[in-house]
Write a protein that binds this ligand. Structure first.
Ligand SMILES: *[C@@H]1O[C@H](CO)[C@@H](O)[C@H](O)[C@H]1NC(C)=O
Ligand SMILES: *[C@@H]1O[C@H](CO)[C@@H](O)[C@H](O)[C@H]1NC(C)=O
Ligand SMILES: *[C@@H]1O[C@H](CO)[C@@H](O)[C@H](O)[C@H]1NC(C)=O
Ligand SMILES: *[C@@H]1O[C@H](CO)[C@@H](O)[C@H](O)[C@H]1NC(C)=O
Ligand SMILES: *[C@@H]1O[C@H](CO)[C@@H](O)[C@H](O)[C@H]1NC(C)=O
Ligand SMILES: *[C@@H]1O[C@H](CO)[C@@H](O)[C@H](O)[C@H]1NC(C)=O
Ligand SMILES: *[C@@H]1O[C@H](CO)[C@@H](O)[C@H](O)[C@H]1NC(C)=O
Length: 537
């Protein structure tokens, strides 16, 4: 059942005919958005390379039953069997492609993050750069890519425009085409939308991407996928998203017509007509309407991007975040804590997300700090969770948030087991699959340094230490992480430990003062009795 993708064509997007393709399919692989796949509950499309499901004939992968985590969930969501996102993706599919080696993708047709080449054997390392360090032509290229994404229908994915029940359990598929940019807006909406309980009832305390430990891994995958889709539609395999380093900014310095759009001359809630973003239409912003109709966002255009930076409620968010707040946040040693939601105290995740006071790490939901502060500050499309990705500032902002997550990972070097295995809010346990991605990704898989996923941040790159150190550092890092274990090992292990420790110390001394991660903590001994709370983005 195709309902046409109702994208209104703006003047600026003219010249591009949006061809509505065949009846289609969601964040769902197009190849699996049909009655047959839904009724069989199987999403194992053929790989283009050899025509076999999951590229099985080429040993890329095979079609397997999904294995769901049985770990208990937290108490925040008191229902079961009422939301399509529970035990993702089992309501829709119970068999998907399981890829081998470095292969990835819904049909194992792609490489894992950080790999490339026909057999996915070449390691890649790309650098995300500060948007203000791009040359004019690089920056213009980035803006053009965004615009292209907004005008290009996704080849591989479609969105669901109805719930599984509304689709009559698969016999009446409801899917629709979407452009590549809006696919990501929709996925962010779908992960954060309310549970529809029938009648006019909804459950609001649910979110598969926010207010819980999965917040950082979820947005990490989201940006990696977004980056990859841009690479695919532009053919620019080296594309990376830039970031906006907003620490200590006194205003929205990316809000100019050269960058993400300046203010409209007469309406302060709109973008300047001189920015092509003023012609963009938003989707998925009317949550109350969807709730009252018990329907899903179907990507109908809902008007222009709204933004009025700095017009926000100052008692909630007095200003953009400071460097000192970021440093304090990085000094927190616990990734997650307590109830693992927005009430968590001393949680790195909750503090970075912005529900805890960035001077004390005590939860205060009447404040919006760090990550949340940016959303609230923009006072428009960015400020409502479900529709926030409509504003392209979202991408720059989340790249920087991810870089802070990355600094924390590099500083504290947690084992994967530090990510909570059980009792997190629904969808946020370590082994849960993240909603609404297909292929499947578990939260815990992205709790690792970004270089293992094939990317780094310009401002975090290690200073050149010469090829000897470049070669040795990964081993030293490993050695440090497993030191305790090594010491307990056999004599030879002890000798190796001593050797590596010696080198590690020498190396650390050498790096001190040059790497951002080894700076002294600015506010480590802040007064923990100074309580303040935080808010709801
Ligand atoms: C998967 O779903 C199909 C269709 O409902 C069902 O027949 C099959 O038993 C399920 N398989 C598993 C492993 O749950
Ligand atoms: C990729 O793998 C196939 C099958 O193993 C092999 O025949 C081919 O030579 C490989 N190609 C490259 C470029 O490594
Ligand atoms: C991407 O970067 C690699 C390595 O720097 C280079 O060899 C390649 O030509 C680049 N590709 C494109 C499309 O620019
Ligand atoms: C899409 O959703 C809007 C708002 O919820 C609704 O008014 C409209 O009828 C829907 N369109 C289709 C084709 O379902
Ligand atoms: C903008 O800020 C005002 C307070 O200054 C607030 O009432 C309003 O809800 C905000 N709008 C959005 C979209 O965040
Ligand atoms: C967080 O700390 C504050 C202040 O100590 C306390 O009142 C509150 O109960 C704590 N919250 C949780 C969830 O432990
Ligand atoms: C929470 O933040 C508000 C607004 O900044 C502040 O007035 C209040 O005192 C804080 N509450 C606590 C318990 O710190």
């Amino acid at each position: 059942m195709l309902s046409c993708c109702p994208m209104r064509m703006s003047l600026f997007a003219m010249g591009f005919l949006l061809v509505i393709l065949q009846p289609c399919t969601g964040q769902f692989p197009r190849a699996c958005a049909n009655t047959e796949s839904l009724l069989r509950k199987q999403c194992c499309p053929p790989w283009d390379g050899d025509g076999s499901p999951c590229g099985e004939l080429s040993s890329r992968g095979s079609c397997q039953d999904i294995l769901l985590s049985q770990a208990p969930l937290g108490p925040q969501y008191p229902f079961s069997g009422v939301d399509d996102r529970e035990d993702w993706p089992s309501v829709f599919y119970n068999r998907t492609c399981q890829c081998k080696g470095n292969f990835m993708g819904f049909s194992c047709g792609e490489c894992k993050f950080g790999f490339s080449g026909v057999n996915c054997t070449e390691r890649r390392l790309r650098t995300r750069r500060n948007i203000f360090q791009l040359t004019t032509s690089e920056k213009d290229k980035f803006l053009a890519y965004l615009n292209l994404a907004k005008r290009t229908l996704s080849r591989d994915f479609v969105i669901a425009t109805g719930t599984y029940a509304q689709m009559s359990h698969g016999s009446n598929p409801m899917f629709q085409n979407i452009n590549v940019y809006d696919l990501f807006v929709w996925m962010h909406y779908y992960a954060s939308r309310d549970t529809l309980l029938g009648g006019s009832n909804v459950w609001r305390d649910i979110d598969f991407a926010h207010e819980a430990p999965g917040f950082l891994p979820w947005h990490r995958v989201f940006l990696l996928l977004w980056e990859r889709e841009i690479q695919k539609i532009t053919g620019d395999e080296n594309f990376t998203i830039p970031y906006w380093d907003w620490r200590d900014a006194e205003s929205c310095v990316v809000c100019t017509n050269e960058y993400m759009g300046g203010k409209h001359p007469t309406n302060p809630n709109l973008l300047s007509p001189a920015s092509f973003f003023s012609s963009w239409q938003v989707i998925c912003t009317r949550s109350e309407e969807y709730n009252s109709q018990q329907s899903l966002c179907n990507a109908t255009s809902e008007g222009p991007i709204l933004r009025n930076p700095g017009n926000n409620d100052k008692s909630r968010t007095p200003r953009l975040p400071s460097s000192a707040e970021v440093e304090f946040c990085l000094s927190l040693t616990q990734y997650e804590s307590g109830s693992m939601d927005k009430m968590a105290n001393y949680s790195f995740r909750n503090t970075l997300e912005g529900f805890a006071d960035p001077r004390t790490a005590i939860s205060n939901i009447s404040q919006s700090s760090l990550h949340n502060a940016l959303h609230i500050y923009m006072n428009g499309s960015m400020s409502q969770v479900q529709g926030s990705a409509n504003d392209p500032i979202f991408v720059l902002h989340h790249a920087f948030v991810d870089s802070i997550f990355e600094r924390w990972l590099r500083r504290h070097r947690p084992l994967r087991e530090v990510y909570p295995a059980a009792n997190a809010p629904i969808g946020h346990n370590r082994e849960n699959y993240m909603v609404p991605f297909i292929p499947l990704y578990r939260n815990g898989e992205f709790f690792i340094p970004s270089r293992e996923l094939g990317y780094d941040y310009e401002y975090l790159e290690e200073p050149a230490l010469g090829s000897f150190w470049d070669f040795l550092i990964p081993y030293l890092e490993q050695a440090r992480q497993i030191q305790a274990w090594l010491i307990g090992a056999a004599v030879i292990g002890g000798i190796i430990t001593a050797l590596f420790t010696g080198i590690a110390l020498a190396c650390r001394k050498k790096r001190r003062g040059t790497s951002t991660e080894i700076q002294p903590l600015l506010i480590e001994s802040e007064d923990y009795n100074n309580i303040s709370y935080q808010s709801n983005l």
